[in-house]
Design a protein around this ligand. Structure first.
Ligand SMILES: [Zn+2]
Length: 1032
């Protein structure tokens, strides 16, 4: 499904504790709730037998407000962990150790094919169908290097049972039909399946997905690094599949892999939440485990034998047209093999040590590698990575000149030596432990899922997941170790980095002919496969292709699947009480929430008075304003204070469409920050200094930050290409769309590339104070605080002081655009404070087709249509239509038939109805699939069941849990109140077949000037020859 890439995994592991965000308890206060969940769970005792399982251990974990119950299934040996916690967002996950020994992508293709139908649920693609029959808050599957995981979460008990049944049947009793293997894995097929004389080509979802994945150079580098650091077993192969090795996989091999790996004796089950454990155990035993006997598994990963001497390797990649500096596109990093991740305390220590060495401007590797500007940023893999059986630590740079390789190696060596000599300041260690405390307290909206991925790797190698949850034990032990031996951390560096001969230096450089070589390698592979075919084989392929197409086009009967009904959806929304007040004359929204003692402070600052020529610089301003130093603090001291006193402080540009008018929007920047209650005054002091005396005097510091953001933007295109395509397609359709392209679109990517290429940044530096005086101005500001009742009332006083501190910055400027509209912040108090929106009543939407030629083997395609805003009566119908078209038509056309990784339609609050495809082998053909989707909708070939399913799917998003830190934000930012949400909710319930036919006809009939198109992709002859396209 949506494969979690190694880069993502590495980044997750790199900030391991970040994955641990608590979810809130909505039913009662924190302490009482923890006690209630604990009480229930404590009724279990070790040795107790329940539904074929034996309880092994019951452990309270007070720091996470949960009780962990560890069990084993008696007959099969399946492992089970339940985390009882008073959180209604329940999670289930089953994980198998999958350790392939070749790069055919067998675990990944299996992950896809088990979701294509099972014994009890033999309809095609039950997994995707359940998305429309459930109120799940999460449903997905991942293939990691050494395990495959199937998690889902939901707040509805009936839904939990339904999904559990489908998941169990999928993984243990899948059909694994040959046709599923062709569709999801790979196949040879006529380019046009209906035409036997058209050339044979490779097709298949995973085949295309992996071609797309390897077009991302960061991903490619991470893959090579892992393969070469652990060359003797499963980590030496590509578990997701190397595109040209995928066609070596047979259907038989796939079925074998399933039989040996997807067995209870090789399985780990995890459940989380407030539903009773016993019911889960009963269902799992009855529907799956009772049908198996224990087998001897052979999936353990052995330790990698250590090397006698360090190694060095080189690889190549495709050049990056968006690279901030074309002459500097190499990556070099040194990677060290560390200890086993099942040693919980050692892993905890090494991940903290890694953060001390690499994160933030006070870290020694940041000072030594980033600040001399030899490269643009750290290498894509950096720091501690605990996603393999033995962990690794990596350090290096991307965006370097090839000739600087030795320099980088020398710096790494010298930095290791200097860390061993001087260690770390106590204050930095304290700052890091403070950060850990905040991360444990911060509550995310899907805590069960965070836990599942947090424990997955260690548990996969028989580590103790319960030990991993007891973070306070690790923190205590860490403090004790430091006290006993002040050189504790330095000794680790000496042992793991200095004296470690199992280290790999890997460099990667662009090769201009890289893509050509890939294309010819694929052609060679194709010729080989075709040469081996007889005439009757070819005829067979043609017929199979027709059969697959026919199967994909068949109307599908999903009635075997369980489903919730529209009547299972709560008719009304739970309200979020807000309190509107003022602090120092500035409007303030207070939202009391169980935040575990954290305060979340935000401020929205309008940019209506900012001169137009400065707009392009706003995202740059946002990304540097908290990182350049302020008042008496230089940027290092500022970073240190932020780590010691806050969870984070950041600024981001905002383009917020109005709910009522298409040509009205708000433009601004949002200040976001969080801290422990006791630190609020200190945090506001830091903000005050940023307002009063930010430092814009260091062009070298600015260059470092510019390089890093330009690199990040360039790297982002290959995985968020569809977002760039949608932003572009909509950019001439509304005034807000235009500004969005300026802030977040390809325009911004190119602008940042130009800035990064400038030899002198002084002119840019001079822009920053000009922007500052318009943006950081109490005159144009409103604030919001989310905190506990006590924290909220105290925050008002602190904010008054803050407003006094920054009062000198209060200035009135004239709005740049003449047409401004005032909207009350509080709809119930229209004489109260207002926010200012921009109106463009003369706006004329324009049609434009833009093609961005990029060095990718796949396309991202989008078409956007101007429709109606959030509060219009047709908005709900368009939402249901987009969801239904995606599930019932576009998914089949774009993914199943077209071979793209994904595609569909969505309706956005700004009133743009957008089609998109993701990692798509097709380009203009996909545009005609969008058109066919509209015809399909207008023809009314859908049933009441289809409409109900679309509604369920929308409500699972509408009702997905919102973390306490984010409650009330839709009022604060967009002015969407609970009453407006309730009205939208009722309209969603009321959408009829007639409404859908009506809106499809009135809004989606193309031919008017109200739509735009954009494609990002490789060189495209058809588009080049067509003068209606603008090629960029
Ligand atoms: Zn996949």
């Amino acid at each position: 499904m949506f494969r979690q890439t190694k880069t993502v995994l590495a980044k997750l592991q790199n900030v391991r504790l970040k994955g641990l965000h608590l979810s809130w308890r909505r039913r009662s206060t924190a302490a009482a709730a923890a006690a209630a969940a604990g009480e229930k769970a404590h009724q279990y005792t070790a040795g107790q037998q329940i539904h074929g399982f034996t309880v092994k251990e019951v452990v309270a974990v007070p720091e996470l407000f949960l009780t962990a119950i560890k069990l084993t299934h008696d007959r099969t040996g399946a492992q089970y962990l339940h985390a009882a916690r008073d959180d209604p967002n329940n999670l289930f996950s089953v994980q198998f150790r999958t350790t392939p020994m070749d790069s055919t992508g067998v675990p990944h293709i299996l992950e896809h094919t088990v979701l294509c139908g099972s014994q009890k649920y033999p309809c095609r693609d039950p997994f995707f169908k359940m998305l429309n029959r459930s109120l799940c808050t999460f449903m997905n599957a991942f293939t990691a290097s050494d395990y495959t995981m199937y998690p889902f979460s939901t707040q509805n008990a009936k839904d939990f049972q339904n999904l559990l049944s489908v998941y169990l049947d999928a993984v243990f009793f899948p059909c694994l039909r040959e046709q599923d293997f062709w569709q999801e894995g790979w196949r040879l097929e006529n380019e046009d399946p209906a035409d036997a004389s058209s050339p044979l080509v490779f097709k298949g979802v995973v085949f295309n997905e992996m071609k797309g994945a390897f077009s991302d150079n960061e991903r490619l580098y991470a893959q090579h690094l892992q393969n070469k650091l652990y060359p003797d077993h499963t980590y030496s192969v590509v578990s997701g599949g190397e595109p040209l090795a995928i066609p070596d996989l047979t259907w038989e091999q796939l079925k074998d892999f399933h039989a040996t790996h997807y067995h209870p004796s090789n399985a780990m089950f995890f459940t989380y939440g407030d539903l009773p454990l016993e019911q889960h155990l009963k269902q799992i035993e009855q529907e799956a485990l009772s049908k198996f006997e224990r087998i001897q598994t052979n999936t353990r990963v052995p330790s990698q034998p250590p090397w006698a001497s360090p190694r060095e390797e080189r690889v190549t990649c495709s050049p990056d047209a968006m690279a901030p500096d074309a002459a500097r596109q190499s990556t070099l990093c040194v990677s060290y093999k560390l200890g086993d991740i099942t040693d919980t305390f050692e892993a905890f220590t090494l991940s903290l040590l890694s953060a001390l060495m690499t994160s933030g401007p006070n870290a020694p590797f940041y000072k030594a590698l980033i600040e001399p500007k030899i490269g643009t940023d750290f290498s894509s893999v950096v720091g501690y990575d605990g996603s393999t059986k033995e962990a690794s630590f990596s350090i290096g740079l991307q965006g370097i000149a090839e000739c600087d390789a030795d320099k980088v190696k020398n710096i790494i060596r010298q930095t290791v030596d200097s860390i061993i000599e001087s260690g770390f300041e106590d204050e930095r260690i304290e700052a890091l432990l403070h950060k850990t405390e905040i991360q444990i307290k911060h509550q995310s909206s899907n805590f069960g899922l965070s836990l599942a991925s947090y424990i997955a790797s260690s548990w996969n190698h028989d580590g103790d997941p319960v030990e991993l949850l007891q973070i306070n034990n690790s923190i205590r032990e860490f403090r004790r170790a430091l006290q006993e031996n002040p050189r504790f951390l330095q000794d680790k560096v000496q042992h793991y980095l200095k004296e470690n001969s199992h280290r790999l230096t890997l460099s990667m450089s662009p090769d201009d002919s890289y893509l050509d070589k890939q294309v010819s390698a694929e052609e060679r592979k194709l010729r080989e496969k075709i040469a081996a075919l007889s005439d009757s084989d070819k005829k067979d392929i043609y017929e199979k292709g027709l059969r697959l197409l026919a199967a994909q086009s068949e109307t599908q009967d999903a009635s075997c699947l369980p489903t919730l009904k529209v009547s299972d959806i709560a008719p009304t929304l739970a309200a979020t009480p807000l309190h509107m007040t003022k602090a120092g004359g500035v409007p303030l929204q207070l939202c009391e929430q169980p935040t575990n003692g954290l305060v979340y402070f935000r401020a929205m600052c309008s940019l209506n008075t900012l001169p137009e020529d400065l707009k392009l610089y706003v995202p740059l301003f946002c990304s540097v304003i908290t990182k350049m130093g302020c008042g008496s603090l230089d940027y290092r001291q500022q970073a240190q204070q932020m780590e010691l006193k806050t969870g984070d402080m950041s600024v981001s540009p905002q383009v917020i469409p109005d709910c009522a008018h298409m040509d009205v929007f708000e433009q601004g920047v949002l200040l976001s920050s969080s801290c422990l209650e006791r630190n609020l005054a200190d945090m506001l002091q830091l903000w005050a200094e940023i307002f009063n005396s930010p430092r814009f005097d260091d062009p070298e510091r600015l260059r470092v930050l510019v390089m890093m953001s330009a690199q990040e933007l360039a790297n982002g295109i290959s995985y968020a290409g569809h977002v760039y395509a949608m932003t572009r397609a909509g950019h001439l359709l509304t005034p807000a769309g235009e500004l969005l392209e300026t802030f977040d679109g390809m325009d911004q990517v190119r602008f940042m590339k130009r800035i990064a290429e400038m030899s002198d940044l002084t002119p840019v530096l001079r822009m920053l104070p000009r922007i500052k005086k318009h943006l950081l101005n109490p005159e144009n500001m409103r604030c919001a605080v989310n905190a506990t009742p006590q924290g909220a009332s105290e925050s008002v006083l602190h904010l008054e002081n803050f407003m006094t501190d920054v009062a000198g910055k209060r200035k009135r400027f004239k709005a740049v655009r003449p047409n401004v509209i005032q909207r009350p912040l509080d709809v119930n108090n229209i004489s109260g404070a207002c926010k200012t929106l921009v109106a463009d009543s003369n706006f004329q939407p324009c049609h434009m087709k833009t093609f961005f030629q990029l060095p990718f083997p796949v396309n991202f395609v989008s078409e956007s249509i101007r429709t109606v805003p959030y509060s219009h009566k047709d908005y709900a119908s368009l939402c249901v239509l987009a969801r239904m078209m995606t599930a019932k038509f576009l998914h089949g056309e774009i993914r199943e038939k077209g071979g793209a990784y994904g595609g569909g339609a969505k309706m956005a609050g700004g009133g743009l109805f957008s089609f998109y495809s993701y990692r798509d082998p097709n380009s203009v053909q996909t545009l005609s699939a969008f058109g066919k989707g509209v015809d399909w909708a207008k023809s009314g070939k859908f049933s009441q069941q289809d409409i109900d399913e679309a509604k369920l799917s929308i409500f699972s998003a509408v009702d997905s849990p919102v973390a306490p830190s984010s409650k009330g934000m839709s009022v604060f930012l967009s002015g969407i109140t609970d009453e407006m949400k309730q009205r939208h909710r009722e309209r969603l319930f009321d959408v009829t077949r007639g409404n859908l036919l009506d809106v499809a006809e009135r809004y989606l009939s193309v031919g008017s000037k109200t739509y735009g198109v954009s494609i990002l992709g490789p060189e495209n002859d058809a588009i080049k020859k067509d003068p209606s396209w603008v090629v960029k």
